[in-house]
Each structure stands twice: as structure tokens, then as C-alpha cells.
Design a binder for this molecule. Sequence first.
Ligand code: NAP
Length: 193
Amino acid sequence: MSAPPVAAAGQVEARTVIRYTPEDAKLMLENASSVIIIPGYGMAVAQAQHKIRELFDVLTKRGVDVKFAIHPVAGRMPGHMNVLLAEADIPYDKLIEMDEINSEFAQADVALVVGANDVTNPAARTDKTSPIYGMPILDVDKARTVMVIKRSLNPGFAGVDNELYYMQKTLMLFGDAKSFVSEMVKEVQTLAA
Ligand code: NAP
């Protein structure tokens, strides 16, 4: 099911993660009753918001509670994520600001990160030596399962590695956000209602 490991770039000691497929993602979503989607700059670059709306629709139709976690500096300008998700007609009441959603991650079956990086990095809470230490983050690592869509293990805007990617509960879904979410939609559509 999963393909060969992928190595992090530019590290003295290369760490590896497993590359998971859209089918693996479907298996994780099959029994999920709550999913939190975390959009970031990569969603904007890929223009993946309309495919995310399709994923929202297929999951909601299955009875899954789907919410979006909005970090105040996700993307490259204030309100970036709200604008893109509104453009895709995602209901406004499903967009939940960081301070409110953070207490919900521990009860979420799946946290699905779509092209976000720094705003999910637990080093901001735990690593005093990290340049992003003290930055408020989305507590994505507290969800039961984490899935991350991005193209590589390359860092985000702040230029730092993200421990989230090496956690045992994390599935790395490598690819362009728009095409990967599109494949996920097709997979979830094959599930029985
Ligand atoms: P981020 O930390 O820059 O991470 C974005 C991630 O998206 C990257 O790691 C990249 O990984 C991935 N990506 C890029 N193109 C993609 C594609 N086509 N498909 C899938 N993934 C793609 O972004 P963030 O988590 O949204 O955090 C925002 C950062 O920007 C913060 O550090 C914040 O301080 C800073 N910032 C924000 C503002 C603001 O006002 N919102 C202004 C200036 C700076 P790959 O390369 O591996 O795909």
C-alpha cells in the first residue's frame, strides 16, 4: 500500500517517513466521525479550495462532522484562508478560529493538513530553541490521526523542520494539494454510504 520512504532535505542525519496513498487516506476516513481540515499556504498555491469543498461534501454526506481550523497567519496575508474557502462556498459556520478549535483536536478522529506547515508545528509549544517557539499554533498533533498533504518534507515560510511529520500517528500524503485531494474525493466516493 505505501511506497518507499521519503527523506527530509538538508539535514545532517536524514530522517525518513512513509509515503501513504489516497487509498490509505480513504481507509482512515472510512470510520471517522469527526474531521478537522487545516488549510495553509500550499492550499492557496495549488488552488485546491474547490476540491476541498468536494471532499467536504462527500464526507458530510456520509454523516462526518467536518470543520476547518483557521490560523490567523495561515497563508501569506491576513484572512487568506477565509477568502479562499468562502470562494469555494464552504459554509462560514464551519470555519473555526484557532482559539476555539484548539480544544477540539483531542476529540477529532482525523486532522487533515492541506499545505499548512508552520502553523501546525508543535515545536512552537515545546522547543525553546526553535525560531517559532511561542508562536500560537493549531494543536493538530493532538488529533487521533493526522494526515498531511504537501509535496515534500521541505520546510515552510519559517524554514524549520516539523516534528508533526515524524509522529507515529501521522500519514504523509505527498503530492500537489489539488490533485491529491481530487484523488481522495474519488476514493471516498467508493465507500458505502
Ligand atoms: P507554510 O509554513 O509556508 O507552509 C506551506 C506549505 O505548503 C509548505 O511547507 C509547502 O510544502 C506546502 N505547499 C506549497 N505548495 C504546495 C502545493 N502545490 N501542494 C501542496 N502543498 C504545497 O504555510 P502556513 O502553515 O500557512 O504558515 C504561514 C507562514 O507564513 C507562517 O510562518 C506565517 O508567519 C507566514 N506569514 C504569514 C502572513 C499572513 O499574514 N498570513 C504574512 C507573512 C508571512 P512543500 O514544498 O513540501 O509542498
